[in-house]
Design a protein around this ligand. Structure first.
Ligand code: GLY
Length: 425
């Protein structure tokens, strides 16, 4: 590689895409980082106006801007085959093809895949009709987890504490079709007890190099109450996952998955994300995601001391990571508060003026935008999750205090956030 040779295109518009863009910019190999459609935190010159769903528009953009490689943030374009389309047109893409993307695109596929490859996960059934689902629920009893088979923007998983709730969830998905076809088939799972962690890794088809674990706060309100969200905060590393546990996760989850996909002739290249439950019987897989986690990426990448670019490029070649040293990670920890709009995760307000963000940017705090928009010279809210505020520090209380100070300082009408992120670590 020559210095300053690469033009990257990051696809997506969240805080995850903002932190990925910032990380790529730090590399001596990077000349330019474009982001489409981006958000108000991405410099105007670097933003492009092509939507994630416009595959041919993205391909044309890559050609016009002579893009060297693409990173796709959200799952929907990956599941739809954007990585393959770009690859077939000579544009390398850090992300799996549509076959690998089935690990997130179909819960039924993943559960069967786990069974076939001895990957520890909760016991499950796939009912062929609503009546069959009802019979399984009555026979198994609660608590249960009901999962829509297809992608539902994070809304397709229901934890049911009673049989009535479980039958209700199955009815809404299979009969009322609240998630359209994505929920017409479901998985019924035993609910696992334990502590959930997120582990992401870069994969080269054969091997995985994994990052330290993170914990994500999915529920809306303090004390893990309220509806599920896209994630209201995160921290990393997760002290419950030591080096031995990380290695166990790599060898018991990532490696058999990669091996099985390679054996089928569909090697997995890109980022793979394991949502795991640490149970008294060891770690068990809750879900595979085929992309960077949000908000986990906001607490992982700022701690990375290695240049990310050689690792990303190595994922493109089968076995490519084997020549690279393990990631160098800063000893500082990271804590992320997500600032949200009033009403989120339901219907929320947009168009409110954001103040205090520019004078708040002081190391060691990072601000990664999500639902923001530049409107003439003003920054306004444009989404449910507005920005991620990430504090760094030698200890969790220090990192937390730094992030909290800025989360409180930034102001927009209707702003709210979960105040208990990393409070007990
Ligand atoms: N934070 C979970 C996810 O990105 O799916």
């Amino acid at each position: 590689m020559n210095g300053k040779a690469l033009t990257w295109l990051v696809v997506g518009s969240g805080a995850r895409e903002h932190v990925i863009s910032d990380t790529l910019k730090k590399s001596p190999y990077t000349a330019r980082v474009l982001c489409t459609p981006g958000n108000g935190g991405i410099a105007e010159n670097d933003r492009r106006n092509v939507k994630e769903s416009d595959f041919l528009g993205i391909l044309a953009l890559c050609k016009k801007e002579e893009v060297s490689a693409v990173i796709i943030g959200p799952e929907v374009p990956l599941i739809g085959g954007l990585s393959e389309l770009l690859g077939a047109n000579g544009i390398p893409c850090v992300g799996p093809d549509a076959t690998g993307a089935r690990l997130e695109g179909s819960k039924i596929f993943t559960k069967k895949f786990c069974t076939e490859n001895n990957i520890p996960t909760a016991e499950y059934r796939v009912p062929h009709s609503f009546e069959c689902a009802r019979q399984i629920i009555l026979a198994w009893g609660a608590p249960l987890v009901i999962k829509a088979d297809g992608p539902c923007a994070g809304k397709g998983v229901r934890v049911a504490d009673t049989k009535k709730d479980a039958i209700g969830a199955a009815y809404e998905m299979m009969v009322e079709k609240i998630h359209d076809e994505a929920g017409s088939r479901i998985v019924i799972e035993q609910k696992l007890e334990g502590f959930d962690v997120s582990v992401m890794g870069l994969c080269d088809g054969e091997n995985a190099m994994i990052f330290q674990a993170a914990h994500d706060y999915k529920r809306a309100y303090v004390g893990d109450k309220g509806p599920n969200t896209g994630g209201m905060g995160a921290y990393s590393p997760e002290p419950r996952v030591n080096a031995a546990m990380l290695e166990r996760i790599r060898t018991e989850f990532f490696i058999p998955t990669l091996r099985a996909l390679a054996d089928r002739g569909t090697p997995y290249h890109g980022v793979l994300f394991a949502g795991l439950m640490l149970t008294i019987d060891g770690p068990k897989l809750l879900e595979w995601n085929i992309r960077w986690g949000d908000p986990e990426t906001q607490v992982i990448l700022p701690r990375l001391k290695s240049d990310l670019v050689p690792y990303l490029l190595a994922t493109l070649t089968f076995g490519g990571l084997s020549t690279l040293p393990p990631f160098e990670i800063a000893s500082d920890v990271a804590v992320c508060f997500v600032l949200a709009s009033k009403g989120y995760p339901g219907k929320y307000e947009i168009g409110n003026c954001i103040r205090g963000e520019e004078d708040a940017i002081t190391a060691p705090v990072h601000i990664f935008h999500a639902g923001t928009l530049e409107n003439e010279s003003e920054l306004i809210t444009a989404g449910g999750r507005v920005m991620s505020v990430v504090g760094m520090g030698a200890t969790f209380p220090i990192a937390r205090r730094r992030a909290l100070q800025i989360a409180e300082w930034i102001d927009f009408k209707g702003k709210w956030f979960r105040s208990d992120i990393a409070l007990t670590i």
